[in-house]
Design a protein. Structure first.
Length: 412
């Protein structure tokens, strides 16, 4: 789940309220007012004023291509993505467009060629943004480990909250199917629905959050980055490890504190990584609250069953938006308005902070609140500090191709 993550996973409430407010119908002008209007002055430069330039048509999001157009396709080993694809199929097989393909995948003999399966059952589509650009951005996320307690004590003073009871979620698909991936968050104020409280007010305490703390952790900046990742693990003083995942979000827009520090001259652009921000926070503890308040978005969590930790292996990732466990270095978060959740995606980018090619088959199994646009992805690196180091440095240019079953009805 993404840097939200995730959330992060809906249109910002304030933005949508502003949008809806801007859609009010204008009052028609009375005929008398029309007659009283003075004649327009002639154009001082040209005898005939030019007309409006027509809007340029949007480029196709998905364009069919051949397998040879995928740079590095023959160099990657798609068998490494096969377990992740089978996990996607546990959800996709309920959809008619995927049913036959997933059934064939489940029956594929162990010795069969996974590459031949994909090339025979799928067609590749180049992904482009509305302006026709095929170059986009890929960032990284991971599952962090925090130190915490089930009660407020000692250094454990920063709460992970469950979703408050007064947080409303409106599924806009009930209003318009075109908005099926958008949800509106808010709260009731009398008979009006208004935006939910921003981070600063939540952090200072709200009556609705009384008794809603799941856990308490010892570092506010670690908690902030846990909200961006959307999921993580918390080690308790007893040694027990608790896994937490995204539950909901306050609907406020996500704003980058790294960008804010750069704009304020506090950090250089190349230092505005997770590691750089943590170093800045350690050096300026008195300014930390004001910095975090620059991002009004706030994520609420839920405790996941201990079974999701498996046998203690770090290989099993958190549950993504598709509803299946993420696979390190083979799962990505996408904008599902353009890339179908569960679909295989061929990603061509570079390793974090380098120009070394990183081209591999991944699965679109998550979404993120900061992931907007067609050629945009968040790459899941896995669990722990090593994964966090890669995720924190990843901000690379990328191209993407989505693989869809033959005959798949393309989205309009």
């Amino acid at each position: 789940m993404a840097c939200i993550i995730n959330q992060w996973r809906s249109l910002g409430t304030a933005a949508l309220f502003a949008l809806l407010a801007g859609c009010a119908t204008e009052r028609p002008m009375a005929p008398a007012a029309v007659k009283a209007r003075p004649a327009a002055a002639s154009c001082p430069v040209c005898p005939v004023c030019p007309g409006l330039t027509p809007a340029q048509p949007k480029a196709k999001t998905l364009e069919a291509v051949s397998w040879s157009d995928l740079p590095g396709w023959t160099d990657d080993d798609p068998r490494a993505a096969w377990p992740a694809f089978l996990r996607s199929c546990t959800r996709l097989q309920a959809q008619a467009a995927w049913r036959e393909t997933c059934a064939l995948a489940e029956r594929l003999p162990p010795a069969a060629s996974v590459r031949e399966f994909f090339e025979s059952q799928f067609l590749p589509y180049r992904v482009a943004d509305a302006d026709g650009s095929v170059q986009g951005l890929v960032t990284g996320y991971y599952e962090p480990l925090l130190r915490g307690s089930r009660r407020e004590q000692g250094p454990y003073r920063y709460p992970l909250y469950a979703a408050p009871d007064d947080l409303l979620t409106v599924d806009l698909a009930a209003i318009d199917p075109e908005l099926k991936h958008l949800r509106l968050r808010g709260r009731l104020e009398g008979r009006r629905v208004v935006p939910y409280y921003p981070r600063a007010e939540i952090e200072r305490g709200l009556p609705a959050l009384a008794g809603k703390a799941l856990l308490w952790v010892d570092d506010p900046l670690d908690l902030f980055f846990l909200q961006i990742q959307g999921s993580g693990r918390v080690r308790l003083p007893s040694g027990e490890v608790v896994r937490v995942g995204y539950a909901d979000q306050n609907g406020q827009p996500y704003k980058s504190i790294g960008r804010y520090l750069v704009e304020q001259g506090e950090l250089k652009l190349e230092d505005a990584s997770m590691q750089g921000i943590k170093a800045w926070g350690a050096a300026h503890p008195a300014k930390l609250d004001a910095l975090l308040d620059q991002n009004p978005s706030y994520v609420f969590f839920r405790e996941l069953p201990s079974a999701t930790l498996g046998n203690g292996s770090d290989a099993d990732g958190p549950i993504g938006a598709l509803g299946v466990a993420l696979t390190p270095e083979r799962s990505i978060a996408v904008d599902p308005r353009f890339i179908p959740l569960g679909a295989p995606v061929f990603l061509a980018t570079t390793w974090p902070g380098t120009t070394q090619a990183l081209a591999r088959l991944v699965l679109a199994q998550d979404r993120g609140g900061a992931i907007h646009g067609a050629v945009r992805a968040d790459y899941f690196w896995g669990f722990g500090d090593a994964a966090g180091a890669q995720a924190g440095r990843m901000r690379q240019s990328a191209r993407m191709w989505v693989l869809l079953p033959r005959g798949y009805p393309l989205p309009q």
